[in-house]
Design a binder for this molecule. Sequence first.
Ligand SMILES: Cc1ncc(COP(=O)(O)O)c(C=O)c1O
Length: 438
Amino acid sequence: MSEHQTNSSVKATYDEHVMPIWKSLNVPIKQATGCTLEDFDGNEYLDLFSGISVTNVGHGNEAVVDAAKDQLDEFVHGCSYVHPNEPVATLAETIADVTPGNLQKSFFCNSGTEAVEGAVKLARKYTGSKEIVALEMGFHGRTLGSLSLTGNNAYKKGMAPTLNDVSHAAAPYGYRCSTCEGDSCDESCADDLEHVIGTHTSGDLAAVVVEPVMGEAGIIVPPEGWLERVQEIAHDHDALLIADEVQTGYGRTGELFASSHFGAEPDILTQAKGIANGLPLGAFTASAEVADAFEAGDHLSTFGGNPVACAAALATIEALQDGIVEETREHGEWLEGELGALEEEFDVVGQTRGIGLMHGIELVEPTETGPHGVAPQPDAELATAVSDHLREESNVVMGVGGYYKNVLRFQPPLIISREQLEHGLSELHRAVETVQEA
Ligand SMILES: Cc1ncc(COP(=O)(O)O)c(C=O)c1O
């Protein structure tokens, strides 16, 4: 690479040598602070996506960076499962304190998908059973085990076979549910889980794996009581509830963990993304009874429990506990009203939904209903066009996702100010208006 980089030079090298696994946003990052990204041509962007919901306490958070630097000076590779070390021990103790229920012992790895796979291994070891039920449209990662749980074949094309002892139950997607509609949605969709266990499995279940709020599926918030009912059904079948909080954890929803909103106490809780504000770290945490089903040699990761990432995680949790979680809740309540107004104003905005700073804006064809008398047809092209317009005309970065790829994802760093939120919203309003007219 040459000395002086520009957006095009970085992009050219990237395209030539990095595997083409994602249609990346055309914003090479030179620097990032708070909610601001800066590219190589000197443009600044308001980040409303946090690098897929990761930098919860802000890009370059000083306390997190300092904690990581201090640890770098001490030692970088603790090989934590060979040499017990202090950052791992203190982080595990802290996670036991801040997670719901009596979750006590953690295993540290490097990503969300590893956390999910480890949690499934632990559930199998503890229960002595094999089968897993996850949700249609759910997302749990892209390595082959987690991919088997992921309920969306868009991620699986060309990758089969995946595990064959995984079944999928209906997602609590009220807006596009064929049995209940929008506001009348209740936890009865959890009963599909009972049906799937009865019809698709041997009944010999190790775990039911769900996201308390479904992220990649399009920010799907379940109705009150749904998660508790899922837990009840899992336990009725002697299976564990694994809450995949890789995306919802660490303050994102206005609680440290989203399970707390819904009164559920998962048996195993998976974490990654926001845990260390961008340093690679994943974890799964279980009660002592469940965790102690693992014996020496059952599981390991050479880089798992990296002390630098663990030190960053401790600083992240401390920052979150300094008012950020409460602010996230307040921002979320305000945002819900503002996005609701957008839904009222534009026919192409089918539904807005979310909790804390995890909101989705579902774009649709402007018709009353779709083919089955339920929600209008998803409009993925429109969602991409709005996101492109936001980035190119307003310097605002927002993600696009959802099972139908038609949901704008509003997931900024949680330290965002009300002023920045207002700016993002007014640019979103402008983008929807312009793109819809075009
Ligand atoms: C709920 C959930 N689980 C697991 C994963 C996989 O995490 P990673 O990309 O760190 O492997 C993701 C990633 O988006 C996720 O949202």
